[in-house]
Design a protein. Structure first.
Length: 193
């Protein structure tokens, strides 16, 4: 049977904490797989923000969510062309401190220019912003890709950031196949209740 995949493990954490009608964020829309997952989880009464710096990613995400809109199952959706480091400015102030889950899937957009990758300095700024937006008990999930050029440095920087996060802010965990150092792995932070 084997262990859960990194993404399935992230989903489990999110499903334990998020309900229909919640506000959630996909900080790296990419092809929209995680965005659609979050949309289905919160349903039409929920609010979903999605961020990406590439227009192509937001287009693909909108296409992936279109069937939900046609079926009346789409949450209130805001797709934002911009950096997740600025997410606080884009999220309604009424939702600050109320967000249930924020997903990050770092690296590059599959099928696009692989040199456009997430960068440690903006990724860490975004993780800090995410923690500020979460409600107590809410969760940030971050899938890291140490197997590509630049991804290794970013993963190390984020792991170092999470390792020294004050416990008064949140609890951080890591889920990793330790025999496969280049495989994607997960860091999750639950905001302190
Ligand atoms: C691995 S992909 C995400 C995959 C996506 N979660 C999915 O389900 O298909 C990473 C995405 O992060 C985006 N990205 C890079 N830097 C970013 C930033 N500063 N803010 C928001 N998105 C960024 C890239 O354009 C790319 O689409």
């Amino acid at each position: 049977m084997g262990f859960l995949s990194v993404l399935s493990f992230a989903h489990r954490f999110i499903e334990e904490r998020v309900s229909t009608g919640d506000t959630v964020i996909d900080a790296t829309c990419g092809n929209g797989v995680d965005t659609r997952y979050l949309a289905e989880l919160i349903g039409p009464r929920g609010t979903l923000y999605g961020f990406d710096i590439q227009e192509a990613a937001l287009q693909r995400t909108a296409e992936r969510l279109a069937p939900l809109a046609e079926e009346g199952r789409q949450p209130k959706l805001r797709l934002i062309l911009g950096s997740h480091a600025d997410m606080r400015e884009h999220v309604d102030t009424a939702a600050h401190g109320q967000v249930g889950a924020i997903m990050f899937n770092f690296g590059y957009l599959p099928g696009a220019d692989p040199s456009v990758i997430t960068q440690a300095h903006s990724s860490i700024a975004a993780l800090e912003a995410a923690l500020a937006l979460l409600r107590p008990g809410g969760i940030v999930t971050a899938v890291l890709y140490p197997g590509h050029e630049g991804g290794d440095r970013e993963a190390a920087a984020i792991e170092a950031w999470a390792s020294v996060l004050p416990q008064a802010v949140g609890q951080a965990i890591i889920y990793r196949m330790i025999q496969k150092p280049a495989a994607p792995y997960l860091i999750a932070v639950e905001k302190r209740k």
